[in-house]
Design a protein. Structure first.
Length: 215
């Protein structure tokens, strides 16, 4: 029999599974209770409102990516884009592949729940995206990257990973959604390095993504 201390965790796991698959409005507290194998009364013993369950579930999803966020050293400014961009893309691809519930939960938060969505994402994802934007801005100033808006570049890189695979299914003959992680890093890195770096700055000795990640 599960210990009483395990009950909130079971409720959260059930909530993540259901909210990420069915959305906020498509999931009831009765559904969550049934999947968690507790009564609905028990659910409300730990959470006052359904929305409280959702935000706790989203926070639990963010906790699963914290170890990977440390892979990008905040003092990586000295490394060239040929090394750092593949690292950034690898981190984002790993997040999309190994934490798919997080990506869906964030979408549900912004589309259906709203409220604290921006605050929650700013707290957990803001430092990562801010670090990327600052890195791009520093390389714009050095002339290593084209003079483009760093915030728009950061958003574009993130959307490449999180949205492009689904949209590519709508393009006849596009196989990007079927690439494994390594091939995806290679394809996205080649695109973004080609798009962002002035031609005279493109190195002919760019490290392959697997070597770049361990450099």
């Amino acid at each position: 029999m599960a210990r009483k201390s395990d009950v909130p965790a079971r409720i959260i796991r059930a909530a993540v599974a259901l909210f990420s698959r069915q959305g906020y409005h498509g999931t009831s507290t009765r559904d969550i209770a049934r999947l968690a194998d507790v009564s609905e009364v028990t659910v409300y013993r730990y959470f006052e409102h359904k929305e409280d369950i959702f935000w706790s579930a989203l926070a639990s999803c963010f906790s699963t990516i914290k170890p990977r966020l440390g892979l990008l050293n905040p003092n990586f400014d000295a490394d060239p884009p040929e090394i750092i961009l593949p690292r950034i893309l690898s981190l984002l691809i790993d997040t999309a592949n190994f934490s798919p519930d997080l990506v869906r939960m964030v979408a549900v938060a912004f589309v259906e729940v709203r409220g604290k969505a921006e605050e929650a994402c700013r707290e957990h994802l803001g430092p990562l995206f801010t670090s990327i934007a600052h890195y791009l801005e520093a390389n714009v100033e050095r002339g290593k990257i084209r003079n483009l808006n760093p915030a728009i570049m950061t958003a574009g890189i993130a959307l490449t990973v999180f949205v492009q695979p689904e949209l590519s299914n709508l393009i006849d003959g596009c196989t990007l959604s079927k690439l494994d992680s390594r091939k995806a890093v290679e394809a996205y890195s080649a695109f973004w390095l080609g798009a962002l770096m002035p031609s005279q700055e493109r190195s002919t000795t760019t490290l392959p993504p697997d070597e770049a990640l361990t450099a």
